[in-house]
Design a binder for this molecule. Sequence first.
Ligand code: 2P0
Length: 358
Amino acid sequence: HTSGAPIYMETSSAPTNIATIKYWGKADAKWNTPINDSVSVTLNQDDLKAVTTVAASTAFENDRLWLNGEEEEGAADNKRFRACVDGVRALATEKKDDDGKVLVTKEDWSKMKIHVSSYNTFPTAAGLASSAAGYAALVAALALLFGAKEEFPGQLTSIARQGSGSACRSLSGGFVAWRKGGKKEDWSDSLAEQVADENHWPEIRAVIMVVSDAKKDTSSTAGMSTSVETSLLLKHRADTVVSQRMEAIEKAFLAKDFETFGQLTMADSNQFHATCLDTYPPIFYMNDVSKSIIRIIHVYNKWAGKIQAAYTFDAGPNAVIFTLEEHAVEVGALMLHYYPEFGDKYVNNPDFEKKIKD
Ligand code: 2P0
């Protein structure tokens, strides 16, 4: 740029999360709030994450966004993007240098345009909650840039929620609940709360099977809207099932009770996909490979005499299988036995590793 105005820049990253009690259905589309609580395991930062750099300057003419190196035209007018940028900027504080001299006032921040560049280390829109990591990393980077100060705990998660619902659960590690809220008119109480941090249960592992890395057919937002309109099972689930399961699974996670955790995880994944089938016209996210993975896991648990592995599927065919460290190699080997092609594609594959590094 030529104006000589400084550019302020920060980078942050956020991992994706895998819901064990699922979010499906919006209570308020404008505020992007859910009809039920949900809870998820945040994956390890080293594996599947979004890395986002944000820059602010009066030298920029427009807000602009690049995803995986390619500019998204018009993305800056997108209401989800705007909610995050404007939401975090409203919490901005002045920026000072080491001597305490004010470099940027709160008003200065409001006059700057924003450039955002984000990339994922995993396939976008393949049912691996890429939007969760993306919007969480965006909000985290913006919070650093603007020196954002929360007015109440979890406020930043309520902003990330307006980017993508599941994103509110990716701003902290461990086991994170999204409380649906609704007592406040502006839905500011629809936010995430850490149930247990990442050090609480370090033995937990997720074996991820990328059944397909194609973009999904039905977007979550569109799917949810049809489900809310047509599925009586979804209504039953939101009204009576989820609150009981939330209480039970939080207790199980805190007690490191894998069998209860796993049983509830599988039951909730199955009920979520049942509500998809109960949607009219029906939505199919799992394919035949997904269903055979379910069968294998149930046979494996029967053989073990206890629940040693638990699958869950989001809005796509990919499987996430939770297990404990002591069984992780066995579960991985079991999957590779039936699906050796996963090994060829993702395990010790220099091309894939290079792609991730790049
Ligand atoms: C979840 N999913 O709880 C559930 C389980 C998919 C199945 O959150 O419209 O991308 O951006 O709020 O968060 C996917 O929905 O939807 C999702 P928006 P989001 O993880």
